[in-house]
Design a protein around this ligand. Sequence first.
Ligand SMILES: [Zn+2]
Length: 604
Amino acid sequence: MPSPVEDIKSRLSAADVVGSYVRLVKAGQNFKALCPFHNEKTPSFYVSPARDIWHCFGCSKGGDIFAFIKEIEGVDFPEALELLASRAGVILKKEDPRLLTERRRYFFLLEEAAKFYEAELAKRRDVLDYLKERGLKEETIKSFRLGYAPQSWDGALAHLRGMDFRAEEAERAGLAIISQNPEARSRFYDRFRGRIMFPIADGAGRTIGFSGRIYEKDLPKNESPENAGGKYINTPNTLLFDKSRVLYLWDRAKNEIRQSDACILVEGQMDALMSHQAGIRNVVATSGTALGQGHLNLIRRLTSKLFLAFDADAAGELATKRGVDLILSSGFDVHIMEVPGGKDPADAIRANPELWAEAAREAKPVISFFLGILQKHFSSDPRKLKSETGKLVLPYIAALENEMERAHWVQETSKVLGIKEEPIWEEVKKLRLGGLGAKITSVAPDAPVAPAKSRRDLLEERVLGMLVWKRGEFLEKLKATARDFFSEHHKPLLECVFNEKIPAGGGKLKENLEKLALEAELLYGEMPARNASRSEAGGEKVHEEFHLLLAELEKEHLKARLGTLAAEIRELETSGEEQKIFPKLTEFKELSQKLSNHNVKKEI
Ligand SMILES: [Zn+2]
């Protein structure tokens, strides 16, 4: 019987698993993508279907599907196993929840809480009617697991205690609050009371927190929503919930975002829900927190095209809208959807779902949207039009990374303003040098974190990679002596290649070799351009490269050996052991001759 790990690997490919988090683009035999683990603008992250591994040549992270899930979900191995098992339909032996790690226990606890709130909502006809009035269908309420937290101090707590969870655990999972009142009957009370509950899930669809919207009819007499904690309250940051990285409906929207290569970002849960209900499913919401870099990083794994929904009548408000600057300087291609009827998206969709779909289809690039609005507003005041354009539009043009795009929009702006391009360019340049330039550099790609390697190490790795990649084709060519060219620390890898097998427990060796093979394949696989004569001409070129690498490697080996010999000879000279010097000198001469032959060959 295969182990669960083998079983899962046989059902899920690296390309499928990685591809559900990252937008993969075909590159020859492989896929490439922008690395989700470091900030970069050109892809150095690869997935090899043939080897069933992934690797980033920028930050050196890589491995199998388990390594990927651990890294991207920030979980330990048991949890990665659990996540992938449920995805692959592999059943793991059930564990007693009391023995689970703290983190995994919270998942159970929050799932129980979600069920409790769902059951409470089912009891409340009036709340259900209210939600339907707002436009939600019964199926949507069920499918998105909306719930209700009753107006009581310990409704959820009592339920969780009944399920063998402790009140302290409910507090740490964000569901309960420690009472400040020394006379209180109990130390803990429910955080969410008298609220409509929207469960918030992680990328894998597991509940990690809640957002609770006040249900006014259940407020105690004389109490205002402000006194009750505000219209919306959210789970605070916990072991599972980090509001700077959480987007409402991310788990439901991510596939659609990847497939459509665009993400629509809205502000409220109702906006997002109504859009999903209307069949536009590449929609997520920030739900109560300000949009931050963490949210954008999440989205950028899947697409660089971001749609923002705005009310066309509130253009002035837009200028001060936090987040738009951040989005633009993060390199997103931003489009603006004009919300029909000047309402918030949820109301607009309720009024006419078709118009919402149309707004998505007709979204305009952010700069053209602003230019259009300003032109309309200040058609009779050209001076104001110029100054407002300078304030509102030019910073966005300056934030564009692509020179061609900047040129395009400078041209468009000059048309709208009826002035030459030069003064606009001047302003844009000033902005780039000033504040915005600084912002742009702050999101520039991180420097690769891979440690520097010696030239010899790099050559050895490349040769090893080619040997694995070509599966023995080059092996015969590697003369018996070439074994000596390799440094000690690469000998175990070389033995695996020579014997064409990995010793038991050599998982790390295998991973290393696969990575080197992928690297060789990426470097030489496309050599020359992919065409009909590929196998012929490409083959020759690769052989040539291999011989060059070997020759260079031999040179490095000779240099290293000469260095050692020179040191030994010096030592023998000082100790006066003349008779031992002679063979060393002979060897030194021979090797020097060999090295200079190499160099002569190269010069010819
Ligand atoms: Zn990386």
